[in-house]
Design a protein around this ligand. Structure first.
Ligand SMILES: *Cc1c(COP(=O)(O)O)cnc(C)c1O
Length: 405
């Protein structure tokens, strides 16, 4: 795979109003028109390049969108105030009452809750399937199905979606393949493997400093125009707009994403390899033991690695909690949800980010009590971090009860 998304970001060139090296921030919520006719045309969607009102678009948001579209190799993109603020309008734009969605069952807890508890109120139903089992995915498709929804690397179980196979299926049934690529920016370029629409929570790796929420939808000009349509566009009408100041700060962070991803991936592969050698049940797409290691390898833009997320199973929730508290006390990372920070973040997904998923379903999908999800940080000396983590594991008795391979 020769696609180099970081090159595409680097090649963009913007200047500020006074020749500044960063684009000027558009500090306005509304825009003047030189003629009344242009205002009318803009509302009708006929005046390209005119700004109307900042819920629709702003120069700062368009710069960020353009950079993210370059990264994901789509025609264009629309940024949003959060990842959920990107996901929910996409699904509501594509589906109406009576329609059906086939979704991976291991997805972000908020997306799961939206599909399970909220969209049924609007007459939209969802079947949740094991996305790695193509027969089950195919069997769930009905004449009412409009969308096939998955995460390229799933939260929190790190299952890998075989996007080529899923896109063949979605083309056959005339569905839209919508992929949340939050866990694998740069590493995987979903449209290269047939995705129609790619979504990110910018809150995570892309912004990378855990100081804001944000989201983006990358897709065709036609679809993004639909989302932004003043009369019936879900992004425009639901109103989860990113602020211009924030768009400009996310754009600045995006420029270092490739360096950060390489370090996240390097550190995560190191820890995963060591944890597995210690006999802990470790899930990381870069390990040959991962059931979809080959699928990831086939899709990946190699230089960015297998990403910064890994899980281990320490046998019980009590051990998981004790370990996380001790690791935090020793300053090896923070007991916090979210991901993509310079510090390692760890949490027990069954009782936090995936607590929306009922317990029986958690068991069925392999989301065990002792599971700890790590977003591995940018540590300069990961060997030292590993040695310190191992000491913590001995102290809380992980090796006595851990699910060993
Ligand atoms: C965090 C996350 C979201 C939601 O994003 P917010 O910015 O918190 O709204 C969606 N999908 C995935 C995979 C996530 O990790």
């Amino acid at each position: 795979m020769s696609y180099k998304p970081a090159n595409k970001i680097q090649d963009l060139q913007y200047f500020g109003e006074f020749g500044g090296v960063n684009p000027s921030i558009s500090d306005s919520s509304t825009y003047t028109f030189l003629s009344a006719k242009t205002m009318f045309d803009t509302f009708e969607g006929d005046a390209d390049g005119c700004y109307l009102y900042s819920r629709h678009s702003t120069p700062s948001n368009l710069y960020l969108g353009e950079a993210l579209a370059a990264m994901e190799d789509t025609e264009t993109a629309n940024v949003a105030a959060s990842g959920m603020g990107a996901i929910t309008p996409v699904l509501l734009q594509l589906c109406e009452a009576g329609d059906h969605i086939v979704s991976s069952r291991t997805i972000y807890g908020g997306t799961y809750a939206f599909l399970k508890n909220f969209t049924p109120r609007l007459g939209i139903s969802t079947s949740f399937v094991d996305i790695t089992n193509l027969e089950k995915v195919a069997a769930a498709i009905t004449p009412k199905t409009k969308v096939l929804y998955c995460e390229s690397v799933s939260n929190p179980l790190l299952e890998i979606a075989d996007l080529e196979a899923l896109s063949a299926l979605s083309r056959k049934h005339n569905l839209k393949l919508v992929v949340d690529n939050t866990f694998s920016p740069l590493s995987i370029t979903p449209v290269k493997h047939g995705a129609d629409i790619v979504i990110h929570s910018l809150t995570k790796f892309i912004n990378g400093s855990s100081d804001t929420v944000g989201g983006v939808v990358c897709g065709s000009q036609e679809f993004i125009d639909q989302l932004r349509n003043v009369n019936d566009g879900a992004s425009m009408l639901l109103g989860s707009t990113m602020d211009s100041l924030r768009a400009s700060s996310v754009l600045k962070n995006l420029r270092t994403l490739h360096i950060r991803m390489k370090q996240h991936s390097h550190n995560a592969l190191y820890l995963a390899t060591q944890f597995q050698a210690d006999g802990l049940r470790t899930v990381y797409p870069g390990l040959i033991s991962h059931p979809s290691h080959e699928v990831f390898k086939r899709m990946m833009n190699e230089e960015y690695g297998f990403g910064g997320m890994l899980t281990i199973d320490v046998g019980s929730l009590d051990k998981a909690n004790a370990l996380m508290e001790l690791m935090q006390e020793r300053n090896l990372g923070y007991l916090a949800v979210s991901l993509g920070f310079y510090k390692t973040l760890f949490s027990a997904p069954g009782t936090s980010t995936s607590s929306e998923i009922p317990e029986e379903e958690q068991v069925e999908m392999g989301l065990t009590d002792g599971l700890i999800r790590f977003s591995v940080g940018l540590d300069n000396d990961i060997e030292r971090t590993y040695q310190e983590m191992k000491k913590c594991m001995y102290e809380v008795g992980v090796f006595e009860t851990a699910a060993v391979i």
